[in-house]
Ligand binder design. Structure first.
Ligand SMILES: [Zn+2]
Length: 204
């Protein structure tokens, strides 16, 4: 599951460079009141093109969840669980789902548990119809690494393509103040990357 942020980009590079696993990289266009989907889409397209050029071929797909008419922001990890189930069923021989969660993410153990609970319940419904593989495991390839280490390890050109901001400004610039922007800035400073990498490209 690929968002176009630093964590899932680092995960993708790790899986491409460090394994022979046959990968299907799936991005969800999450449209909601935060209006970050167009910036993410641009980041995703650019990152996947870069990774194809520099690593190895892989399958990609996208889907969309449009909640722009709602005031509330849906919980991402639940949307991811829902879509991951559809993608797993849609992918022949799929036995693993990789997500870029980090140990340092807020309340991550509970969130991951709930995410898998939603997935497991849905997946069981498909299994009742004899669809999908008997077992699907969730894996967390970059879980134990601090975000600063992920930032430090990514090629500069690739890091520049990633998008973190949850609430881009009207003109499409990163807000600089949301939780994701602040985590990115902190990681870039700790990972000794320059201001250019902290800055995210404009969304439009
Ligand atoms: Zn932001």
């Amino acid at each position: 599951m690929f968002s176009g942020g630093v964590d899932s980009t680092a995960m993708l590079v790790k899986l491409l460079a460090g394994s022979d696993d046959e990968l299907r990289v799936h991005h969800i266009h999450m449209a909601n009141q935060e209006r970050r989907d167009s910036a993410e889409r641009r980041a995703v397209d650019a990152i996947l093109a870069y990774c194809r050029r520099h690593y190895r071929p892989f399958r990609t797909s996208e889907s969309g969840l449009d909640f722009r008419a709602l005031e509330a922001i849906p919980i991402d990890y639940l949307s991811i669980a829902f879509v991951a189930c559809q993608v797993a069923i849609d992918t022949p021989r799929c036995t693993r789902i990789a997500v870029g969660s980090l140990a340092a993410d807020t309340d991550i153990e509970n969130r991951s548990l709930r995410q898998r609970r939603v997935f497991d319940e849905m997946y069981a419904c498909y299994r009742a119809r004899k669809l999908g593989e008997p077992k699907v495991e969730w894996i967390y390839p970059v879980y134990d690494q601090p975000k600063s280490a992920l930032v430090a390890a990514l090629p500069k050109e690739l890091l520049d393509l990633t998008w973190s901001c949850r609430r881009p400004l009207e003109g499409g610039q990163a807000c600089g103040g949301c939780k994701a922007c602040r985590a990115r800035e902190k990681a870039c400073i700790e990972g000794l990357r320059g201001p250019a990498e902290v800055a995210q490209n404009r969304a439009s």
